[in-house]
Ligand binder design. Structure first.
Ligand code: MN
Ligand code: MN
Length: 271
């Protein structure tokens, strides 16, 4: 059955793979509340009204039973949308959700002969072999993604606390950690379509996104991330993860996340 809507939102309310502070499971609800808040509207920066015409569908939150079943449910749900021709913007949840999302996305695009370039905005590489004994921790998803060959390239922007182990892992998997001076030189990265964008909100500076479990000063501005959203070629999917409403200040982070989601939907509709 063809999808009625070409872009959908999928809430993934899970934080059991968080290594420090829980709370990201409340992220999808907070992003939706900010997106629907009457303090703003659903018009994107290119003037597309996402509220007027029914241009995207909110699939609501996935029911997640925990552990391996959570990962299976996410992979299944995303696979189903892709098979119907839809593009998915996933709302985290902690960053562990990106592994099952990319199991669906990476396999689908690899099977079509057009493997994905994945761009990750994050303060952390999330390349640990294992963290606190958990290979599916939110500190590990991109090690699993590279092991499974789900991305032709993984390009990481905003990284500012890579441990020695993670640098070794990056070397092992050929992950491109973009040096600080080149964070916004997206043209120079020569990214090839199709691309997938994973946005960990801690990639932003805590001044713009304080509501995360692992704030790391010295990050990107919301404006800079928006420029990447609009410049990245051939975008086919995205996730916005790690919003932790309990740690937010005046809903700044929820508003930033909702803004990113709105522009991502607009970008996907224009791709
Ligand atoms: Mn992070
Ligand atoms: Mn992350």
């Amino acid at each position: 059955m063809p999808a009625t809507f070409s872009v959908c939102l999928l809430g993934l309310p899970t934080d059991e793979a968080s290594s420090f502070a829980r709370g990201a499971a409340e992220g999808p609800a907070a992003i939706r509340a900010a997106l629907r808040s009457e303090s703003s509207n659903l018009t994107t920066e290119t003037g597309r009204d996402l509220g007027g015409a029914k241009s995207f569908e909110d699939l609501g939150d996935l029911e997640l039973a925990g552990g391996a079943e959570t990962r299976r449910a996410i992979e299944r749900a995303v696979t189903e949308q892709l098979s119907e021709g839809a593009r998915v913007v996933s709302l985290g949840g902690d960053h562990s959700v990106s592994y099952p999302i990319l199991r669906a996305y990476g396999s689908a695009f690899r099977a079509r002969g057009t493997p994905l370039t994945v761009v990750q905005i994050d303060a952390h590489p999330d390349l640990y072999e294992s963290f606190d004994g958990d290979r599916y921790s939110h500190a590990c998803p991109f090690a699993r993604i590279m092991e499974d060959g789900l991305a032709r390239r993984l390009v990481q922007i905003g990284i500012r606390t890579a441990t020695g182990h993670q640098l070794e892992q990056a070397e092992r998997f050929g992950v491109e950690i973009v040096p600080r001076a080149a964070w916004l030189e997206t043209e120079a990265l020569a990214l090839e379509a199709p691309t997938y964008l994973s946005i960990d909100l801690d990639g932003l500076d805590p001044a713009f996104a304080p509501g995360v479990a692992h704030p790391e000063a010295g990050g990107l501005s919301t404006r800079e991330v928006l420029e990447i959203v609009w410049k990245i070629p051939g975008l086919v999917g995205a996730d916005v993860v790690e919003l932790n409403p309990e740690r937010d200040v005046g809903e700044i982070t929820a508003a930033a996340a909702a803004k990113l989601v709105k522009e991502l939907v607009g970008r996907l509709l224009e791709a």
